[in-house]
Design a protein around this ligand. Structure first.
Ligand code: SAH
Ligand code: DHB
Ligand code: MG
Length: 221
């Protein structure tokens, strides 16, 4: 019952704001056609990411976990043709699908999709660039969230945002005896945020057309 109304309100909001245009619909379709996991953020969550990017005037964004590029399109659009978004995807087939969707969205000049394991790519990026990153969106393997955070902190400035998806996991985050590595990963991440003196954070529960989940938003001090 609750789930039904959460989904209906989610659809009401995305229709009200006309969030799903042809490009985003086509992206979701490509994910289904290619049998990829249906783990894109929802349209309302995408709009929220877009808003966060605008609020910190992001020019340099790094995303970890591209899938078909749905969240990438939302974040890429926030750059308004300026700046740069690098999105890292471990699966070369997913990265190919995403590149096509990015091209279709007309974002190929601002968005670069790199294929590889995020931690490997990070060590390469560290050698090549000293620039600071305005916004990180981590949405890949949950056990590595802490490692991604460490890298993000090193490449941030005061006011950079570090955002992590899926930190509530249908409430499984309450289960301190969970054997699920994703739950263990986000529990450790949330705890670390609560104790960190490097960031100020807020963790939001999210409901809607996707499973009951949540997002951690941290600002670098
Ligand atoms: N951000 C996307 C959804 C990402 S789903 C959206 O909302 O539209 C998570 C993605 O992370 C999957 O495509 C998975 O292949 C990728 N992934 C998992 N482990 C990874 C790693 N170590 N490095 C890079 N990408 C990884
Ligand atoms: C999972 C990953 C995601 O990024 C997501 O949004 C939902 C679920 C998962 O791996 O279970
Ligand atoms: Mg996610």
């Amino acid at each position: 019952m609750r789930e039904e109304i959460f989904g209906k309100v989610d659809n009401y909001l995305s229709n009200l704001f006309s969030l799903n245009d042809d490009i985003l619909e086509r992206t979701e379709e490509s994910i289904r056609e290619n049998g990829m996991p249906e783990h894109s953020v929802s349209a309302n969550q995408g709009q929220f990411l877009f808003l966060l990017a605008k609020m910190c005037n992001a020019q340099r964004i790094i995303e970890i976990g591209t899938l078909g590029g749905y969240s990438t399109i939302w974040l890429g659009r926030a750059l308004n043709g300026k700046g740069k978004l690098t999105s890292i995807e471990i699966d070369p087939n997913f990265a190919d699908v995403a590149r096509e969707n990015i091209k279709n969205a007309g974002l190929e000049n601002t968005v670069e999709i790199i294929t590889g394991d995020a931690l490997d790519i990070f060590s390469e990026l560290s050698q090549n660039e000293n620039e600071t990153v305005d916004l990180f969106f981590m949405d890949a393997d949950k056990p590595n969230y802490m490692a991604y955070f460490e890298w993000a902190i090193k490449h941030s400035r005061k006011g950079s945002l570090i955002i992590a998806d899926n930190v509530i996991r249908n409430g499984e985050v309450l289960n301190e005896n969970s054997n699920d590595e994703k739950v263990i990963g986000v529990r450790a991440y949330n705890k670390m945020l609560s104790e960190s003196d490097q960031v100020t954070s807020s963790i939001l529960q999210q409901v809607g057309i996707k499973d009951y989940d949540g997002i951690a938003i941290s600002i670098v001090k």
